[in-house]
Design a binder for this molecule. Sequence first.
Ligand code: GDP
Ligand code: MG
Length: 598
Amino acid sequence: WDQDRIRNFCIIAHIDHGKSTLADRLLEYTGALSEREMTNQVLDQMDLERERGITIKMQAVRLNYLAGDGREYQLNLIDTPGHVDFSYEVSRSLAACEGALLVVDAAQGIEAQTLANVYLALDHNLEIIPVINKIDLPGADPERVKREIEDVIGMDTSECVLASAKSGEGVRNILEKIVAKIPPPGGLSQASLKALVFDSHYDPYKGVIAYIRIIEGSVSKGMQIKMMATGKEFEVSDAGIFRPTLLSVGELRTGEVGFIAAGIKNVKDCQVGDTVTDARRPAAVPLPGYRKVTPMVYCGLYPVDNIQYDDLKDALEKLKLNDASLIYEPETSEALGFGFRCGFLGLLHMEIIQERLEREYDLNLITTAPNVVYQITTTDGEVIEIDNPSKLPPAGKVEIIEEPFVKAIIMCPKDFVGAVMELCQERRGTFADMEYMSAGRVILTYNLPLSEIIFDFFDQLKSRTRGYASLDYELSGYKESNLVKLDIMIAGEVLDALSVIIHHDKAYYRGRQLVEKLRGLIPRHLFEIPIQATIGNHIIARETVKAVRKNVLAKCYGGDITRKRKLLEKQKEGKKRMKQVGNVEIPQEAFMAVLSIE
Ligand code: GDP
Ligand code: MG
């Protein structure tokens, strides 16, 4: 392939604006898949993803397109994850492209992730082609959306494509625009190899499959390569392209997108953002932008039944093979026994992993409320990071507690500005900026503690704006806050898994709410159970679960045996998610209760 007949692009969009559907249409139009082969939305492969309608795992595909100028082009479409948790991966896949289709829903207009993605694309100097999608919808208002794109992004929309990924309208036009507008890849074909790893997955037979974009030079089967971040060397056993299934071609040249396998056993040795070079003739400097991803959110994962500990360990190991950003280490909790402390990129990432552990590995888990990483300066002047509130040193030893803050962009109709501001204020946010767009929409910028965002901020935002607000955020750094540790005691014992670090001004209210909530969640036992919230040695709230004599069978008057059995089964079912702590049985909901308190 001539370099000037290659185009590398991605599609950026707010969730649900039609990215996956459009990708499918492009595949279909260029014959990358016959219609019969087309399952709905091939680019979203994981079941979970499909169910939730979100794109988690990036995929790439090569399309051959015979353009209006009579020449055939190689179009490489790189799919990007659509969620803020995966922003680093988004940035790496953008770095593998020269252009982007910006898809905006004709009825919804610009949303927070549209904007966040546009900024990222501009940072990478991508040529942006605006596409207004879903013009078939009765509520479509492409003129309004065009004005928004011009006003908010400052982009010329005279060549904007109007499309319907549903009907296929505008698809050819999009392909022509890709060929005409997006520059072909630069890069010297004779230089030493420099390839950007923008994704990977683990294959049990071939080892790690690295998804790469060749920036300079070429790579072929048999070549000795070096990963520049780790210095580790491997021999390329396979090189090929995505059609969209893997197709070996033996060699990849400058500007191309494809995969290599090199007997790499661990995704750690082949990280997203790393540069692959020729071990015999290495490049002098790696490609810019590589960084190690660090988890932002931690939680404890414990088997309900200790028998499943080894299964949980195996499952985490397997998931880790495919996901270098998942971090875990063994942890013991006085209340919950043996488990793992796991680190995630964000809340969505956490939910995905939890769900996969339960569904794919059939595990029954207790998950503790998530927390962020705190930086503690002790009275000895030592700085430590803690990923578990129960590890906070005693109050007398703590000089300063710092917590991570984010810069959040919230977009909503102007009628909801008051509600959004109120929510941000409640969550210790500080106002940074407000801008009006056309059609009565507003962009608010706030600085907020990350810990406040993980406490059901998104759900609150949605419910207080009737679903009309969208949110995007990025980490801005650590700042000191007046934080304290709130402990919960059940039957006189501190339940370490329920400890939270919280702002001083909110601690009393939260403590009271929490014990009330727990009283409702913990079933009655044969004895009385006191529930207390404490800060240091100070009890700030108390409730009691009264004793009861539990005898479900008494209701059956002895007669109906099947009814009896059903009742017993029901009771057993209810117990499944119970964790025995001391002599108290505590349901899973109790460990997450901290999250759902307003
Ligand atoms: P993504 O989250 O950006 O990948 O969005 P999807 O491609 O999953 O689309 C979200 C929803 O919008 C799906 O229900 C699609 O069927 C629907 N959709 C996508 N494109 C169009 C379109 O052009 N017209 C209409 N009416 N619906 C569309
Ligand atoms: Mg999608």
